[in-house]
Design a protein around this ligand. Structure first.
Ligand code: MTE
Ligand code: MO
Length: 342
């Protein structure tokens, strides 16, 4: 039999052509502009390490294999025929793995739709030794002066089965655009964006972690204790951003609302606000969490003096983890506001 021609081959056959080559990112909004609870897809940041593959059509297949009783090969129609679910989830980039302690504040909050990974794993039947799920995207290219023939991430089996992790087909109710990882991507709510593999072509159940560059060389945080092992960039550390007041619309003696968004892999139970550059802190009101969405916090402030004021916010979770003031990706967010006499 002759080899299949390019037009017969599925979109995710080996060496999918690339639409865009090499690393790129698109950061639309800065924190003061993140005013809506749901981020419109067109305003959500995008990141690609190796490029954007050319996957314009419907001929896609996803395999689920490895340490499972039954290997699955699913078309887009097969995925659409399975029970669909939606989850609103904060989507945060961990920042460059080459500069992991620089806060980038690339974040948004969107509604993902698709099939629960637990549903697919239920059909495949993980074997007893199963401990991780490795996800592979079809994109390939150069990153950090080496060639990578695909993008590969992993997550613990417990997270894969928790009912929130999705094989996603939609964002904010619309099919995933190719740039967004369409037609099929992984979404791991509560984990950094790097784990949500775009252009998802295979899921492999394994007794050990992935050995790929994006899980060993990149996205491994060194720990403070040099003897301890580096830790995978998985769960979202507590973080928060100041949205308002946007700028110089604050006047002496006039009450103003300081508000923003807070999130973590677990619910945020406290947000403190400072109006003096972090010397003193006061509790803000914090909304409860739905799904894995970000939570609104709000604080009424009446400035009492003219001049520069450094506003800051700090999120803390139920288990007591909070944001640091040292250079970390979730370093406390601050902004200078100039207060005037009206
Ligand atoms: N296949 C593939 N998936 C990927 C990436 C990638 O380069 N290739 N980048 C990751 C990173 S670092 C982030 S922050 C998110 C960004 O998703 P977005 O572009 O939809 O915002 O995708 C993740 N998934
Ligand atoms: Mo990222």
């Amino acid at each position: 039999m002759p080899p299949p021609s390019r037009t017969d081959a599925p979109d995710n056959s080996p060496s999918t052509p690339m639409l865009v080559e090499g690393f790129g990112l698109d950061q639309r909004l800065r924190p003061p502009e993140m005013t809506s609870f749901l981020t419109p897809e067109a305003d959500l940041f995008a990141v690609w390490h190796l490029g954007i593959p050319d996957v314009a059509t419907d001929s896609w297949s996803l395999t689920v294999g490895g340490a499972v009783a039954r290997q699955l090969t699913l078309s887009l129609d097969d995925l659409r025929a399975l029970p669909q679910t939606e989850i609103t989830s904060v989507h945060e980039c961990a920042g460059s793995p080459l500069a992991p302690s620089v806060p980038q504040r690339r974040v948004g909050n969107v509604r993902w739709g698709g099939v629960r990974l637990s549903e697919l794993l239920g059909l495949a039947g993980p074997e007893d030794e199963a401990a991780y799920v490795i996800s592979v995207g079809v994109d390939h290219g150069r990153y950090d002066s080496a060639y990578h023939d695909h993008y590969e991430k992993d997550l613990p089996l417990g997270k894969a089965l928790d009912g929130t992790t999705l094989v996603a087909l939609t964002v904010n109710g619309a099919p995933l655009p190719v740039r967004r990882g369409g037609p099929v991507r992984l979404v791991v709510p509560g984990y950094y964006g790097t784990n949500s593999t775009k252009w998802l072509t295979s899921l492999t159940v394994s007794d050990r972690r992935s050995t790929g560059a994006f899980t060993t060389k990149y996205y491994m945080d060194p720990t403070a204790d040099a003897r301890a092992q580096a830790t995978p960039v998985w769960e979202l550390a507590p973080n928060s951003i100041l949205v308002a007041p946007a700028d110089a619309h604050v006047h002496v003696g006039k009450p103003v609302e300081i508000w923003g968004w807070a999130w973590a892999h677990e619910p945020v139970t406290e947000v403190d606000v400072s109006v003096d550059g972090g010397h003193t802190w006061t509790s803000a009101q914090v909304a409860g969490r739905t799904g894995h969405a970000w939570q609104r916090f709000s604080f009424a402030w009446t400035p009492s003096s003219v001049g520069e004021h450094i506003l800051a916010c700090r999120a803390t979770t139920d288990s007591g983890t909070t944001q640091p003031s040292t250079p970390r990706r979730n370093r406390i967010h601050q902004r200078i506001i100039f207060v005037t006499q009206e």
